[in-house]
Design a protein around this ligand. Sequence first.
Ligand code: ADP
Ligand code: MG
Length: 264
Amino acid sequence: MPKTIAVVSIKGGVGKTTTCINLAAYTAAMGVKVLLLDLDPQNGCLYGMGLEVRPGHSLKDAILNQVSPEKTLTSTNRPELNVLLNGFFETGEELEAFQAAFEKDAHLLDTLLTTLTREGDFTPDLILIDCPAGVSALTINALVTSDSVILPMQCEPLSLRTLPQMLRSVASVKSRYNPRLVVEGVLTTMFDPRQEAKFGVAQQVWTDFPEDMVFETVIPRHDQLVESFAIGAPAIDISARSVGSQAYIQLGRELIMRLPEEQG
Ligand code: ADP
Ligand code: MG
């Protein structure tokens, strides 16, 4: 059974997609078989990894066009890493139908991933789900199928204020649908010493949350992470020694240590 982790936040632009791409690339480089699932119709994983949607190879095709989920994967330069891209919506109605399918069935993604891992040749050890911002039916579906959540928190006041709501949503899904769901960790992102001196947001997280609920790794604000996203490759593939890449490598190590023995 793979370990499934949803990367979630209420606020957009906090580093969910950047975290997913770099964690997926690093853990795959370490030999973990990873499925990166882009649940966000913004298709951030596609751009950030420099991929293309081949006809029929997207989550949209599995949900709306009845393509078998195990046939929808996109391969990458690493055999250990496959991506289930979100797909492009030709019309507003198509996107509404996609979202409505998840609204109708909170277990839709769970069923799809069960089929994918049971029927496909690719049997992942780790599934990372890149969620859209907010708590729509898409995110609820991700929480229903996940073992844990990573909560990226941009080190600025608004992001901190939205964290309690996200935690309440996680607790609500846990009690209604998925008792095994736990918090893998709050991840402080875009850490900037000048902002921290002004607002003390990271400090507040470290004092407010128990140690085992916050990743030790702090992701700094670093332009190279933006640049590699624009180029369309994980930062660790462009310059593994940069400050941003090193932070994600450290985070990847933290995560691998938490995987069951045979996967880590
Ligand atoms: P989300 O998926 O939460 O919306 P993204 O990962 O897409 O967030 O990041 C939003 C923007 O911030 C992108 O332009 C990305 O390149 C940039 N970014 C992400 N992490 C960092 C960081 N640590 N330092 C600087 N820029 C970052
Ligand atoms: Mg994103």
